[in-house]
Design a protein around this ligand. Structure first.
Ligand code: NDP
Length: 278
């Protein structure tokens, strides 16, 4: 039976490290501040923004809240970002996605000063990752690297297969695993014979967005399986892209849903808010 990778415990450890850094900075008269912008009133976004603010509070980071109406124009939002870019008291700027349809997410993300892009979504941040330069790392894949390292799982030289090539998970994940010296393969909806490819993986990272699609038949005996997916099943219970009960009997380590990758995303956001002081 596989060992569960405890994302809750590891994320708590990271938040505690951030908390102690923030308190050290406070003693030096420095206050860390994250500006959180939400446009409209999407219920899922309300939950995500609420969780991010709670994490800030726990770590001692000041969260400056900008709750804007759905009718906010693109120019108004860009103007606010311009002001926050210029405000030396703001360390990080987070724009909760999705934005209303009349606002271009690309334009908004591009407007954030790269030095404050704590989500790591901008072309600048992803480009820095691609060429191995310093910059903000996208929180979910960066969290997965921490999960692996802090569980003592060797990455260098191992065969890593990632299912999914989205800009926020799959692609930056591939770059980060490459940076850690894994041999990386990225699969997507056009991949032929997916099972043959995934069965080669020492480390299988699944970000497909399809509930419980990955069963034991996709997994090599003794592999490490990381499940990024989050879904609600027919009984309103959370589940991932991996069929946990089926796969856990075959692999060596596995992340549960909930309590695996999920909590790491916010922990890494907190880490990114203080990273310039580390
Ligand atoms: P996307 O829908 O953007 O990407 C899904 C990827 O999976 C695409 O690259 C797609 O291929 C590929 N894919 C879809 N179906 C198949 C298939 N049958 N075979 C092989 N590949 C397939 O999803 P995200 O990356 O944004 O998210 C993935 C999952 O992770 C979701 O469940 C999401 O909710 C969750 N998530 C969790 C986070 C967390 O904090 N834990 C954070 C972000 C996401 P193609 O490119 O060809 O279409």
């Amino acid at each position: 039976m596989a060992e569960r990778i405890d994302g809750k415990a590891i994320s708590a450890q990271i938040k505690d490290e951030v908390k102690s850094k923030v308190s050290e900075l406070k003693n030096e008269g420095i206050e860390v501040c994250l500006a959180v912008i939400q446009v409209g009133n999407d219920p899922a976004s309300n939950v995500y923004v609420g969780n991010k603010k709670k994490a800030c509070e726990y770590c001692g980071i000041r969260s400056e809240s900008h709750e804007l109406p759905e009718s906010t124009s693109e120019d108004e939002l860009l103007e606010l970002i311009g002001r926050l870019n210029a405000d030396a008291a703001v360390d990080g700027i987070l724009v909760q996605l999705p934005l209303p349809e009349h606002i271009s997410e690309d334009k908004v993300i591009a407007a954030i000063d790269p030095a404050k892009d704590v989500d790591g979504f901008s072309v600048n941040s992803v480009g820095a990752l691609a060429v191995g330069k310093k910059g903000f790392r996208s929180c979910t894949p960066a969290g997965i690297i921490e999960l692996l390292k802090r569980t003592g799982i060797e990455i260098a030289g191992r065969e890593c297969v990632i299912i999914g090539r989205s800009n926020i998970v799959g692609k930056p994940m591939a770059l980060m695993m490459l940076e850690q010296n894994a041999t990386v393969t990225v699969c997507h909806s056009k991949t032929v014979n997916l099972r043959d490819v995934t069965s080669r993986a020492d480390i299988l990272i699944v970000a497909i967005g399809r509930p419980k699609m990955i069963t034991a038949g996709y997994v090599k005996e003794g592999a490490v399986v990381i499940d990024v997916g989050i879904h609600r099943n027919e009984n309103n219970k959370l589940c991932g892209d991996v069929d946990f009960d089926d796969v856990a009997g075959k692999c060596s380590y596995i992340t549960p849903v909930p309590g695996g990758v999920g909590p790491m995303t916010i922990a890494m956001l907190m880490h990114n808010c203080v990273s310039k002081y580390l």
